[in-house]
Design a protein around this ligand. Sequence first.
Ligand SMILES: NC(=O)c1ccc[n+]([C@@H]2O[C@H](COP(=O)([O-])OP(=O)(O)OC[C@H]3O[C@@H](n4cnc5c(N)ncnc54)[C@H](OP(=O)(O)O)[C@@H]3O)[C@@H](O)[C@H]2O)c1
Length: 270
Amino acid sequence: MTNSVTSTPQFPDLKHKRILVTGASSGIGAGMAKVLAQAGCRLVLHYNRNETGIEQTLEAVQAMGAEADVLRCDFAELSLVQPFFDQAWSIFDGLDGLVNNAGVVTKSLSLKDKQGDQFNRTLAVNLQAPYLLSTAFADACKQAGHKGAIVNNSSIHGQATCEWFAAYAASKAGMDAMTKVQAVEWGQFGVRVNVLAPGVVPVERTFDVLYRPEMERKWVGAMPVGRYGTVEDMGMATAYLLSDATEWMTGSILTLDGGLIARGHYPYRD
Ligand SMILES: NC(=O)c1ccc[n+]([C@@H]2O[C@H](COP(=O)([O-])OP(=O)(O)OC[C@H]3O[C@@H](n4cnc5c(N)ncnc54)[C@H](OP(=O)(O)O)[C@@H]3O)[C@@H](O)[C@H]2O)c1
C-alpha cells in the first residue's frame, strides 16, 4: 500500500479561522499547516530553531493562498510563553484555534537520566508550555466572548509505551489527562479541547531509520492498516478537531495509528 493521502476534507467553517500551529517548521506541524491552509485558515506558524523549515512552510501555505505569519519561541524557557502567546493573539486580532504540536521526542533509559535533566526538559516543552499556551488561549477566548478549539498533539505513548520513553510517555499521558480536565473546565464558555494521538509517522527527523527495510517490515508489519501514518493524515484529523464537525466533542482522544495499539503489540524488543 502506498504511503500517501491525496484527498483533503472540506470543512467550510474553517475558512478564515485564525489558527496558531506550534512546531510548524517540520514534520507533522508543517503537514498540519498545509492542510489548514487548504481549508482556508489564517495561520500563525511557530518555530524554534529551524529557520529554513519555517520559511518553507510559510512559502507553501502562502502559495495555497493562506494569510500567514511566523513567530519564534523556545518553549523550554517557560517565561517566554505568555509574551509569545500575546504576540500570536495580536497578529490577526484574536485566535479561533490553538494546535499544541511542538514537542521533543526524547529517548533514554531512566537509569541514564538519574538527575532527571532530560525528564524535566521534556516535561517543560511537551507539557508545561502547552499548559501555559492553552490557559492563555482559553482565558483570551473567554474575555473576547468567542468560541475556541484546542488540539493537543499527544502520542500513542500516552496510552501504551515501552522502554526508553519514561519522560516522553509521562509528558504525553500528562497531556491526555490535562486535556480532559481543561475540557471539563472550559466547555461552559465554548472552548473545546481534544487530543490527537498519532502512531508512527515518518518525518524528516526519522525518515532514515523508519524507511530502513528491516524497520519498515517490523513497524508496518505490526499495523493492521499496513502503512505508516502521514503528516497529511494528521493534518486532516486536526482540521476535523478544529471544525464545527466536532462541536459536541471535547475531552476526547482521537488515536490515529493504523490500528497499532488496538492490536496490542509494540514491536520494539525483537
Ligand atoms: N512523528 C511521529 O511519529 C509522532 C508520533 C506521535 C506524536 N508525535 C508528536 O508530534 C509532534 C511533532 O513532532 P514531529 O514528529 O513532527 O517532529 P519534528 O519534525 O522534530 O517537529 C518538532 C517541532 O517541535 C518544535 N520544537 C522542538 N523543541 C522545541 C522547543 N524547545 N521550543 C519550541 N519548539 C520546539 C520544533 O521546532 P524547531 O525544529 O524549529 O526547533 C519542530 O517544529 C511532537 O509533539 C511529537 O511528540 C510525533
